[in-house]
Design a protein around this ligand. Structure first.
Ligand SMILES: CC(C)(COP(=O)(O)OP(=O)(O)OC[C@H]1O[C@@H](n2cnc3c(N)ncnc32)[C@H](O)[C@@H]1OP(=O)(O)O)[C@@H](O)C(=O)NCCC(=O)NCCS
Length: 162
């Protein structure tokens, strides 16, 4: 991880974060479920919703993070964290750019956030993951997450419905 620097979320990098999301989710199962991943504009709205509109709880800017690749200064990964109850945090988004995946960036972002959450008195954290997303499921299991509830994702397609 010495090749990467973890920094607090910087709003001036929101657009870069949207691009990272768009590319990280290209051809991904979650892009079938959520069409906001299908364009950079959609990914921007998704980020705006988490950060500005508090769509997933109170955005915790001091705990959310970005990973920057030191030598290229490219944005390598993002992690958003929100507060949904006094002692419960939520992770609406974690993504690592494809070229930097498998190098511990996702794990490092989560570990750093968990340290801060514990220091601030948070006792638990929640997230949702698509079970076909095997890589992310492994990452979360290693981090200690356990399945609390399994539910179906239903996609409404106007073309097929009429
Ligand atoms: C899921 C995701 C965030 C994981 O990020 P990541 O940085 O690749 O995760 P890590 O590198 O920490 O761990 C992934 C793998 O790399 C391995 N790894 C960790 N550190 C490593 C290192 N220094 N060198 C080589 N490999 C390493 C891990 O052992 C792990 O292996 P596994 O596939 O056997 O579990 C990333 O794949 C991603 O952005 N996916 C698309 C978006 C997405 O699905 N987000 C989650 C939605 S719920």
């Amino acid at each position: 991880m010495e090749s990467f620097q973890l920094i607090p979320w910087e709003r001036r990098l929101d657009e870069e974060a949207a691009e990272l999301l768009y590319y990280a989710y290209r051809g991904h199962v979650d892009a079938i479920i959520n069409d906001q991943y299908a364009s950079v504009t959609g990914a921007s709205r998704l980020i705006e919703n988490i950060i500005h509109h508090q769509g997933c709880g109170e955005f915790l800017s001091r705990i959310s993070r970005m990973a920057v690749h030191r030598s290229s200064q490219q944005l390598a990964g993002i992690l958003t964290v929100t507060g949904i109850r006094p002692h419960t945090a939520h992770i609406p988004q974690v993504a690592v750019a494809e070229s930097f995946q498998g190098r511990g960036v996702g794990s490092a972002l989560m570990e750093a956030a968990f340290r801060d959450l514990a220091r601030e008195g948070f006792e638990e954290a929640t997230l949702t993951v698509t079970d076909q997303n095997a890589g992310a499921v492994r990452l979360y299991q290693r981090a200690g997450f356990q399945t609390f509830k399994t539910f179906g994702a239903f996609i409404y397609s106007r073309e097929e419905a009429f």
